[in-house]
Design a protein around this ligand. Structure first.
Ligand code: AMP
Ligand code: GLY
Length: 406
């Protein structure tokens, strides 16, 4: 089987590494557009726009792939999965319509209401007056979300009403959602879906804020660990039955089968688990730790999901080992961008046992170092030791990833 991995980030690098680690020969993988680091492991078809249906289809056909795995959300929302399916390529990634679960927070709320899935109360607003009214109704802390994709910048959680209104003003033309504040620990739980049934992967926790102690602005994610030892027994089963299955069923009932990865962004509140967001693809950097622990054949699982055969064959299995990843970001991330600077020492970090470096771009979230060990402390020590060997002028990372987990 020949597999196309679409995307160019650390998440796609982690997917490529996991495919190889779980049994796919590297010569059977092509990554596009990829990046210079991914190119050291598999064939890369660079220079394409991953959101351009024609360009992606051309690569898939020329490379004679049997399965396409779509990493980022933008190609999904642009309908790249539909275009590939029209050409007979099996695709792990939802259609344009089903990807609205991530692409439109209003759509996600509508599906959750229909499927009776627990989530925060929210008001859909199209004017600033409506926003102000909703903010006053819920009180502080305020949560304002852009309806559409906003590259991780669409959500603000603040006690400053003026800041909440300003944020709403930036996105009001596309619609915003004012949501009740939900208090609790966050959990990311991924499900493979073949449109009819789902299969849970192992839970992870992501660190969204830029700085130590959950200070600073929201980011795409600054680090993660997996599994989550403090979750109550039966948590995964509960989320499967109360959230993932009803959502997939509701989408199928509407003729919008969801084939791909259902990312459930959850908050464990005092009143039970609630959904804060859905994504239609693997999370970054959670994928780096979740797939690091996968012991089943990833290509087989993704193909089964893509071809409606998820329930034929065994469930995903995970190692009992712990994985911790820490993201190295470039100067100024996420608020401003520094010039491109050289990253040194990656080979030295990679030379360490049980350390993996997943690389993205020279700007923004540059790379993630993954440590894997028998305890969280060991995994965390390895990740930070790996990072200490890497140099990037102005680069910054959080020093408290998985610090309180044991
Ligand atoms: P989202 O893009 O919806 O995942 O939101 C980004 C981050 O904002 C989440 O990971 C949470 O940390 C935070 N957040 C989103 N919605 C809420 C909410 N209703 N209550 C508290 N925090 C939230
Ligand atoms: N780490 C959060 C996300 O991938 O959306």
């Amino acid at each position: 089987m020949r597999i196309l991995v679409l995307g160019s980030g650390a998440r796609e690098h982690a997917i490529v590494k996991a495919l190889i680690r779980t049994g796919t020969p590297s010569e059977n993988i092509v990554c596009s557009p990829g990046n210079e680091w991914i190119a050291k492991e598999v064939e890369v078809r660079s220079g394409i726009d991953a959101t351009d249906r024609l360009e992606v289809v051309k690569v898939a056909l020329e490379e004679r792939v049997n399965l396409a795995v779509i990493g980022p959300e933008a190609p999904l929302v642009a309908g790249v999965a539909d275009a590939l399916r029209e050409q007979g390529v099996a695709v792990f990634g939802p259609s344009q319509e089903a990807a609205q679960l991530e692409g439109s927070k209003n759509f996600a709320k509508e599906i959750m209401a229909a499927a009776e899935v627990p989530t925060g109360m929210a008001h859909q607003c199209t004017t600033i007056e409506e926003v102000e009214h909703a903010l006053d109704q819920f009180g502080a802390p305020y949560v304002v979300k852009a309806d559409g994709l906003a590259a991780g910048k669409g959500v603000i959680v603040t006690s400053d009403k003026q800041a909440a209104l300003e944020h709403a003003g930036n996105y009001i033309s596309g619609g915003v959602l004012v949501e009740e504040f939900l208090d609790g620990q966050e959990v990311s739980l991924f499900f493979l879906s073949d449109g009819k049934s789902v299969m849970p992967l192992s839970p992870a926790q992501d660190y969204k804020r830029a700085f130590d102690g959950d200070q600073g602005p929201n980011t795409g994610g600054m680090g993660a660990y997996s599994p989550i030892p403090w979750l109550p027994d039966g948590f995964v089963e509960e989320v499967t039955e109360r959230i993932a299955e009803p959502v997939i069923r509701e989408l199928a009932r509407r003729g919008t089968e969801f084939v791909g990865l259902l990312y459930c962004g959850l908050i464990v509140t005092e009143r039970g688990v609630k959904v804060i967001e859905f994504n239609a693809r693997f999370g970054d950097p959670e994928t780096q730790v979740v797939l690091r622990r996968l012991s089943s054949n990833l290509a087989d699982l993704l193909l089964r999901a893509a071809t409606g055969k998820l329930d034929v064959g065994p469930s995903a299995e995970f190692s009992k080992r712990k994985a911790v990843t820490v993201v190295l970001a470039s100067e100024g991330y996420p608020t401003s961008a520094a010039p491109v600077r050289e990253v040194g020492g990656i080979e030295s970090a990679e030379a360490m046992d049980d350390v993996e470096v997943c690389k993205a771009s020279p700007i923004g979230r540059v790379l993630s170092v993954v440590g894997c060990g028998d305890s969280f402390q060991e995994a965390r020590t390895l990740a930070y030791e790996g990072l200490s060997r890497i140099s990037l002028e102005g680069g910054h990372y959080r020093s408290d990833i998985a610090a309180r987990v044991s």
